[in-house]
Write a new protein. Structure first.
Length: 101
């Protein structure tokens, strides 16, 4: 029962930063998922897969794991590289390629 502590990245459908500021604690699955023979759905007998805890800081999540003796693994977030682009740069004199229509 190892826990993963990570900061979720924004989805491809997000332009803002909603739900990306909190740290998430999830448990790794103990048993693999199995296919139910009647309907073909995937199911699991592991109830810890349904638990997802949110914390404001990484230190709060680590303290929670240490308080209850849960082994954990912290995954540091990768911050995206931001390019500052302005519309006026399309018409600048220092443009690499000439502006054409």
């Amino acid at each position: 029962m190892t826990a993963r502590i990570y900061k979720p990245a924004k989805t491809a459908m997000q332009s803002g930063t909603a739900k990306t500021k909190d740290w998430v604690l999830e448990f790794e699955p103990d048993h693999p998922r199995m296919i139910e023979p009647l309907m073909g759905w995937t199911s699991s007998a592991d109830m810890k897969q349904q638990v997802k805890l949110r914390f404001e800081t990484r230190e709060d999540a680590v303290a929670y794991c240490e308080r209850y003796g849960i082994p954990y693994q912290v995954m540091e977030p990768k911050e995206p590289k931001r390019r500052v682009i302005a519309y006026a740069d399309n018409f600048g004199f220092g443009r690499r390629t000439p502006w054409t229509h």
